[in-house]
Design a protein around this ligand. Structure first.
Ligand SMILES: *Cc1c(COP(=O)(O)O)cnc(C)c1O
Length: 498
């Protein structure tokens, strides 16, 4: 199995090269040259497997340059029983009739990014061993909250890696801050910076490209890498849970092998829903992929009209992980759907960089619409959806999941297409306790701090509080450094003992 670039298909690299390198040199994203095919019989044979074995079955086809021992080391390390609060890793819960929820938040940080970021460090270190003489990988992250914590948990104590996370001192929630400052592990460091997220992000980028720093790292047999969401190593783990939920629906008696399902995904950077598209192309019987956005509905407009236009108001919403105007992974879909037209993709991506806008042909958007539907949920409907869903089904969902639930209900109303459906749930409601509690109490929120809010939400709804969040209160603060953005490179030296 080889990988090529969305902007130059003469490029051919192995999985290990794609993962170690992250992004192709000319700026394109790595994509598989062809997709492995799974027959219905083969999918049926996965029903009796554990999540770990389902993961090995799918990933083996993509990581053909990994040995069986390497694959086992990666997958068993990532999805170990003590890291996930459900033995099913990503359980599927039937809500009512054909409506099912795929819970992707049972990992250590209670959000769906764990599904990929638990595996990525293993894939990266094995890839580096094959392609970069086993250098120690140094991950630098600028975070506005969730990604930093999920990356810290993923890389924590993974051999031959170090991770440094910078966050804006006043730009994260108290819960997110505590999640990071109490981080355990011998190879981790966290530092607040005086500035906003963009300051942290641009400082990290300039450290990445600073030759003097790179040389000093090389002397110590270290190299920088990035854990961001365009790395193939973050996408491929996500294909697994679509196969897994399909197998679970068979096991639950909700479908028979071969039946079609629909999938609804609360979408930001288009990674999660793209993984569903890959699963479909591999033979998993998915009929329609419904892309759900919040008020930042740039993808809804694109999927309905064929014009992608990021020149619009940016809204800060209660589903912050979907507050995105450039969905990077859409580039991969355009490549596959256009018949692998790398010239077209390069041209569209330069139009996006220069004018913030592009339009695809009627033919291409019609082709995309055969597989994708889209909708968005305005901010004032999110609370109502959380409340109604809880009252009706006694199922509590977070703000991101609520966006998808509402889009799904509207989709069924307008199309009548109510075949068995999986709605991805991307965060525990307790990760966004303040917003969820406000929704459940219809605005009558008592004046409480973040932890009291968790207890109150538990008292009002009876939903279980995930252990990693409940135990935060009793943890020691390990990282209290704050620095100016000009001093971040000094901080990197200090944290790496250079
Ligand atoms: C990252 C994230 C999303 C968006 O996923 P994409 O793969 O970027 O589309 C949705 N919900 C939550 C809670 C997230 O953390």
């Amino acid at each position: 199995m080889l990988y090529t670039s969305t902007r130059d298909k003469s490029i051919k690299v192995t999985a290990a090269q794609a993962i170690a390198q992250g992004i192709s040199e000319e700026g394109g994203l790595f994509v598989p040259c062809e997709l492995p095919q799974f027959s219905i019989d083969r999918i049926s044979s996965m029903v009796s497997m554990s999540y770990i074995d389902r993961a090995k079955t799918v990933l083996r086809e993509f990581l053909t340059d990994f040995s069986e021992e390497e694959l086992s080391y990666c997958v068993e390390g990532a999805y170990a029983a003590n890291k996930f609060s459900s033995p099913k890793i990503a359980p599927t819960v039937n809500i009512d009739g054909n409506k099912n929820i795929l819970e992707l938040w049972h990992g250590p940080t209670c959000a769906f990014k764990d599904m990929a970021l638990q595996l990525l460090p293993y894939l990266m270190t094995v890839s580096a061993k094959k392609t970069a003489d086993g250098k120690t990988i140094v991950i630098l992250v600028a975070t506005s909250g969730d990604t930093g914590k999920a990356a810290l948990e993923g890389f924590k104590d993974v051999a031959n890696t170090k991770i440094l996370v910078f966050y804006p001192v006043d730009g994260v929630s108290p819960m997110q801050k505590l999640q990071m400052t109490t981080q355990e592990g011998e190879n981790v460091a966290v530092c607040a910076i005086n500035g906003n997220f963009d300051d942290a992000q641009s400082a990290v980028k300039s450290i990445f490209t600073n030759q003097e720093i790179k040389d000093q790292l090389a002397e110590k047999n270290m190299m920088f890498s990035s854990a961001n969401s365009i790395n193939w190593g973050r996408l491929v783990p996500q294909i697994v849970y679509y196969f897994s939920t399909y197998c679970d629906l068979i096991e639950m008696g909700k479908i028979k092998a071969g039946d079609q399902i629909n999938v609804v995904v609360p979408t930001g950077n288009f990674g999660n829903i793209l993984a569903g598209y890959y699963a479909k192309k591999m033979g998993l019987p998915i009929k329609t992929l419904v892309c759900a956005s919040n008020s930042n509905n740039v993808l809804t407009d694109f999927l309905k009209t064929g014009t992608y236009d990021k020149n619009r108001a940016f809204y800060t919403t209660t589903s912050p992980s979907m507050d995105i105007l450039i969905s990077s992974n859409l580039e991969r879909l355009l490549y596959h759907m256009s018949g692998e037209d790398d010239k077209l993709v390069s041209s569209l991506m330069s139009q996006l960089a220069e004018k913030g806008k592009y339009t695809v042909s009627d033919e291409l958007i019609s082709e995309i619409q055969k597989t994708f539907d889209a909708g968005f949920t305005a901010e004032d409907c999110v609370d109502e959806t959380i409340k109604n869903h809880f009252d009706k089904y006694h199922y509590l969902c977070d703000t991101h999941t609520a966006v998808a639930v509402k889009v799904y209900d509207e989709y069924v109303k307008s199309t009548g297409d109510d075949i068995p459906t999986v709605i991805d749930s991307t965060a525990s409601p307790y990760k966004f306790s303040a917003s969820v509690l406000k929704a459940v109490l219809q605005g009558n929120t008592p004046n409480l701090d973040e932890f009291e809010m968790v207890d109150e939400l538990n008292r009002v709804t009876g939903a279980d509080v995930p252990k990693p969040l409940a135990s935060l209160k009793d943890k020691n603060i390990r990282f209290s450094d704050v620095c100016n953005k000009e001093d971040m490179s000094q901080m990197v030296f200090k944290l790496l003992d250079l």
